[in-house]
Design a protein around this ligand. Structure first.
Ligand code: ADP
Length: 357
C-alpha cells in the first residue's frame, strides 16, 4: 500500500503546519541532479498570495477557487504541466490550504495498480484535493480506473476471479484531482480531457527570481545585497527551485569563507565554484551543447544519441536540461533532431557554419 498523507488545511492545527517537512510522499523518487524536493519545503510559499510570478495562472486558479467556494462545490480537476522546479507542487499545496480543505499527496511512479490508488480515493473527503505528482507515469490500468472516479465520483471494483468475478460499484465523495506532469505529451487524450483546468507553468523572469531570492534570504535570516540577489537570480535557469539551491550554496559559502553576509563578491566567488556561466548554464548544460558540437557536428541529432554519449538518462535531458536551453534559443528541435543555433555556437566560442549565419 502506498504511503498516504492526509493533511488538514487548518493553519491553526496543533500538529504544526499542515505542509511541513515530511508531507511530500517519501516514496516519491527525488528528481535527479542537485534539485531535491525535500530541501524545498522550508522555502515553499504556503498560500497562493505568497507566490511570485505566474500571475496569469494564479489569477485563473483564484477565480476557479473562488467560484467553487461560492457555489460550495468541489473545484474542477486541474492539470499543471511544465519543467521541474517551477511551482507545480507549490500550487497543488497552496490551493487546498487557501480553500481550507484536506490534501492527500501521491506519486504516479508509486501507483502501480488500481489497488494502490484505492485508499486515496476512499479516504477523499467531500471537496478535498488529491495531488498526483508525475501523473504521466501512471500505468494504463490505473489511468483507466481513474476515469469514472474523476468523471462521476465512482469506482468499479472487481471482486473474485474468473467466472466468479463480479464488479461492485462504489460511490466516492466528490473531490478534486490535481495532476502535475513534466510531459503533457505523454498523457493519454482521455485522461487529459478529464481535467477541466489545464495550466502550463513557464520559466520565471529575472525580476521574479530576484524577488524570490530576496524573500528567501530573509526566511533564512541572512543578509543579501542587490548585487548578490541579481547574480543568484541570473544563475538560476529561470527556475525557483534552482534559485533556492544556489541561494543556500551562496549562504554556506558566505558562512564558511566570509563573514556570513551574501555580498556581490561572495556570490560571484561561490557561483564560480559551481561552474555557472553568465547565462546561468551549469557544466551539464555546456556538456550537452559541446557534445552536439564536437560529436555530432552541430546536429541535427536525436536526443537518444546525445543521452548515450553523455551517459545520462534520456528523460533527464528532455525534462531537466533541454527546456531551458530551448527557451534560451541555444538549441532547436527540428524534425530530424536537436541542432545548435548561431547563439549556441557563439556561447561555446565557436563560429557558426555559413548556413546558420
Ligand atoms: P515542481 O513541483 O514544479 O517541480 P515545486 O512547486 O516543488 O516545483 O517548486 C520548487 C520550489 O521552488 C518550491 O519549494 C518553492 O520554494 C519554489 N517556488 C516555486 N514556485 C514558486 C513561486 N511562484 N514563488 C516562490 N517560490 C516558488
Amino acid at each position: 500500500m502506498p504511503r498516504e498523507t492526509i493533511l488538514s488545511a487548518d493553519d491553526s492545527a496543533p500538529a504544526g503546519d499542515p505542509l511541513a517537512e515530511g508531507d511530500i510522499d517519501p516514496t516519491t523518487p527525488a528528481p535527479q541532479g542537485e534539485e531535491k524536493k525535500e530541501e524545498d519545503v522550508a522555502l515553499r510559499p504556503k498560500h497562493m498570495r505568497e507566490m511570485v510570478g505566474q500571475e496569469d495562472v494564479a489569477e485563473r486558479l483564484r477565480i476557479a477557487v473562488d467560484a467553487a467556494n461560492k457555489r460550495s462545490e468541489p473545484l474542477g480537476h486541474i492539470l499543471l504541466d511544465g519543467p521541474p522546479g517551477l511551482g507545480k507542487t507549490t500550487f497543488a499545496t497552496c490551493i487546498p490550504r487557501d480553500m481550507g480543505v484536506p490534501l492527500q499527496i501521491a506519486s504516479g511512479a508509486t501507483l502501480a495498480a488500481p489497488k494502490d490508488l484505492l485508499p486515496y480515493l476512499t479516504n477523499a473527503e467531500h471537496g478535498s484535493v488529491l495531488f498526483i505528482d508525475e501523473i504521466h507515469r501512471l500505468p494504463k490500468t490505473v489511468e483507466e480506473f481513474m476515469y469514472p472516479a474523476m468523471e462521476d465520483f465512482r469506482i468499479d471494483i472487481t471482486l473474485g476471479e474468473g467466472v466468479n468475478a463480479r464488479t461492485v460499484n462504489m460511490r466516492l465523495q466528490p473531490f478534486t484531482l490535481i495532476g502535475a506532469t513534466t510531459r503533457t505529451g505523454l498523457l493519454s487524450a482521455p485522461l487529459r480531457d478529464r481535467f477541466q483546468i489545464r495550466e502550463h507553468l513557464d520559466f520565471y523572469s529575472q525580476t521574479e527570481l530576484i524577488e524570490i531570492v530576496r524573500r528567501n534570504a530573509k526566511k533564512l535570516s541572512t543578509m543579501i545585497d542587490d548585487d548578490a540577489a541579481h547574480q543568484i537570480a541570473r544563475a538560476s535557469r529561470g527556475t525557483p527551485r534552482i534559485a533556492n539551491n544556489r541561494l543556500r550554496w551562496v549562504r554556506d559559502y558566505a558562512t564558511s569563507r566570509a563573514d556570513g553576509d551574501m555580498t556581490g563578491d561572495v556570490a560571484r566567488r561561490a557561483l564560480d565554484m559551481l561552474g555557472v556561466d553568465h547565462l546561468g548554464l551549469d557544466p551539464q548544460d555546456r556538456k550537452y551543447l559541446s557534445t552536439i558540437l564536437r560529436v555530432f557536428h552541430g546536429g541535427p541529432v536525436g536526443v537518444e544519441a546525445i543521452a548515450h554519449t553523455l551517459n545520462i538518462a534520456c528523460d533527464t535531458l528532455t525534462d531537466e536540461v533541454e527546456p531551458f536551453l530551448l527557451r534560451s534559443e541555444l538549441v532547436i528541435r527540428s524534425p530530424r533532431g536537436r541542432k545548435l543555433t548561431t547563439k549556441g555556437y557563439e556561447h561555446l566560442g565557436e563560429t557558426p557554419p555559413n548556413e546558420l549565419g
